[in-house]
Design a binder for this molecule. Structure first.
Ligand SMILES: Nc1ncnc2c1ncn2[C@@H]1O[C@H](COP(=O)(O)OP(=O)(O)OP(=O)(O)O)[C@@H](O)[C@H]1O
Ligand SMILES: [Mg+2]
Length: 362
C-alpha cells in the first residue's frame, strides 16, 4: 500500500505541482492536515483556493491572508502539530523580495514606487510561479516551521514552475535589460541595438513618459540585481535539497496525463527530488460481476435493474480506460509512492473533508 507518509513526516518542504484543475490546492491542504496531525508545525501556502476552501482554512475575506493563519479543527489540543495557512499574494511577495535585497530603504523605494514596477510586478511572465517559490524560501528561512507546503499556480504549463528561477536570471542577462541598465553614456552610444528598437517601439506605443519610467525602473533594479541573482541561486538550491519533496498531481484525463509525464521528465532531467505521484479524480473500479451473474444480468428485460447493470458496465469501461491511460505515467514514476484518489461526489471544502482526504494520502 503506497503512502506519502515519509514525505509528510520527514521533508521540510513539499511542493504540489501538475496540470491545471487536477487538485493541486486540495492535495496541498490535505498534506498539510496530515503533517499537522503527525505532530508537525506546518504552514501551507495556497494559490487561489476555491472560495469555500479558503473559508475553511480561515482565509476568507481577510486582507492579511498573505500572512499565516491558524487553521482551526485540524489537531486536538493534546498534540503539538499545528496547521497554518496563507494565500499567496505575488505582489506582496515581490515587494518583500525587493525590500530584502535592497541595502537601503531609499533603494527599495526607488523600485517599489516606480510606476512600471507597480504595473508589472503582478503580471511579469513567470512571476506567479517564481513568487510561490520565493514565498517558500521566505517561510523556510524564518525557521518557524517544521514543514512548508507550497501549492503552485495554475500555469499554462506545469513546467513553468521549474524554470521560474532561471527565467528571472535569464531576464537579468537579457540584452535589452543590459543595455537599459548600462550607464547613460554607454546607453547613448547604443544606436542599432535591440534596446533602441525596443525603446522606439515603446515610445511610439505608449509615449515618452513610459520610456523614462521604464529606464528608471531598470536602473533602480540594477541596484538590487546582485541580490536577486543570489536569491534565485539559493531558491534553485533549496528546490533540489534532499529535504524537499515534489509531489506531482494529475488526473486520468489524457491531456493532464501528457502534461504530467512531461513534468516528470523535467523533474528528472533537472534533478529535482520527485517524491510522489497523486492521481486524483479517478473513477473507482466497480466490483466485477461473476461470469454467471453477468450472463443472467446482461439478458435482463428493460427496467431499473437492467439500467443499473448498463451503468455498471459503463462505469467499469470508464475505470478500465482511465487505468490504461495511466500505465505509462505510473511506470515513469518509478519506485516513488503512487496514490490514487477517487473522484468524490462531494466537493472538498471543509476541514473534515480534508481530514478524510489526508487519511487516503498517508
Ligand atoms: N478527489 C476529488 N473529488 C471531488 N472533487 C475534488 C477532488 N479533488 C479536488 N476536487 C475539487 O476539484 C476542484 C479543483 O481542485 P483544486 O482547486 O484543488 O485544483 P487545482 O489543481 O489547484 O486547480 P488550479 O490549477 O486551477 O489551481 C475543487 O473544487 C475541488 O474541491
Ligand atoms: Mg490551485
Amino acid at each position: 500500500m503506497s503512502s506519502l507518509n515519509a514525505a509528510v513526516t520527514e521533508s521540510k518542504l513539499i511542493l504540489t505541482c501538475g496540470p491545471g484543475g487536477v487538485g493541486k490546492t486540495t492535495t496541498a491542504a490535505a498534506l498539510g492536515v496530515a503533517a499537522a496531525r503527525a505532530g508537525r508545525r506546518t504552514v501551507v501556502v495556497t494559490v487561489d483556493p476555491a472560495r469555500r476552501l479558503a473559508d475553511a482554512l480561515g482565509l476568507g475575506d481577510d486582507a492579511a491572508a498573505d500572512e499565516p493563519h491558524r487553521v482551526p479543527g485540524v489537531t486536538k489540543r493534546t498534540t503539538d502539530g499545528e496547521l497554518w495557512a496563507l494565500m499567496l499574494d505575488a505582489e506582496q511577495t515581490f515587494d518583500r523580495l525587493v525590500r530584502d535585497q535592497s541595502s537601503t530603504k531609499k533603494q527599495a523605494d526607488a523600485v517599489l514606487n516606480n510606476p512600471v514596477y507597480q504595473a508589472i510586478s503582478g503580471s511579469l511572465s513567470g512571476a506567479q510561479e517564481y513568487m510561490a517559490i520565493e514565498r517558500l524560501h521566505q517561510l523556510h528561512a524564518s525557521g518557524e516551521w517544521d514543514l512548508v507546503i507550497v501549492d503552485t499556480p495554475p500555469s499554462r504549463h506545469a513546467i513553468d514552475l521549474l524554470e521560474a528561477p532561471d527565467r528571472l536570471v535569464g531576464f537579468l542577462g537579457h540584452p535589452v535589460y543590459r543595455a537599459l541598465t548600462a550607464g547613460q553614456r554607454a546607453f547613448a552610444k547604443i544606436t542599432d541595438t535591440a534596446a533602441s528598437m525596443f525603446l522606439w517601439a515603446v515610445k511610439r506605443l505608449a509615449g515618452p513618459q513610459i520610456v523614462e519610467d521604464t529606464i528608471g525602473f531598470f536602473r533602480s533594479l540594477a541596484n538590487i540585481e546582485g541580490g536577486l541573482r543570489k536569491r534565485a541561486k539559493e531558491v534553485s538550491a533549496l528546490l533540489r535539497d534532499e529535504n524537499t519533496a515534489f509531489i506531482v498531481v494529475s488526473s486520468p484525463r489524457s491531456e493532464a496525463v501528457g502534461e504530467a509525464e512531461h513534468l516528470l521528465d523535467a523533474l528528472h532531467d533537472k534533478k529535482f527530488p520527485f517524491a510522489g505521484l497523486v492521481v486524483n479524480l479517478i473513477h473507482p473500479m466497480p466490483e466485477p460481476l461473476t461470469d454467471d451473474d453477468a450472463k443472467v444480468l446482461l439478458e435482463l428485460d428493460d427496467g431499473p435493474l437492467a439500467d443499473h447493470v448498463d451503468w455498471h458496465v459503463e462505469l467499469t469501461n470508464l475505470a478500465v480506460a482511465e487505468r490504461a491511460e495511466l500505465v505509462d505515467l505510473e511506470a515513469l514514476a518509478g519506485d516513488v509512492p503512487v496514490i490514487e484518489l477517487p473522484l468524490l461526489d462531494v466537493d472538498i471544502h471543509d476541514v473534515p473533508g480534508l481530514i478524510d482526504l489526508s487519511a487516503r494520502l498517508v
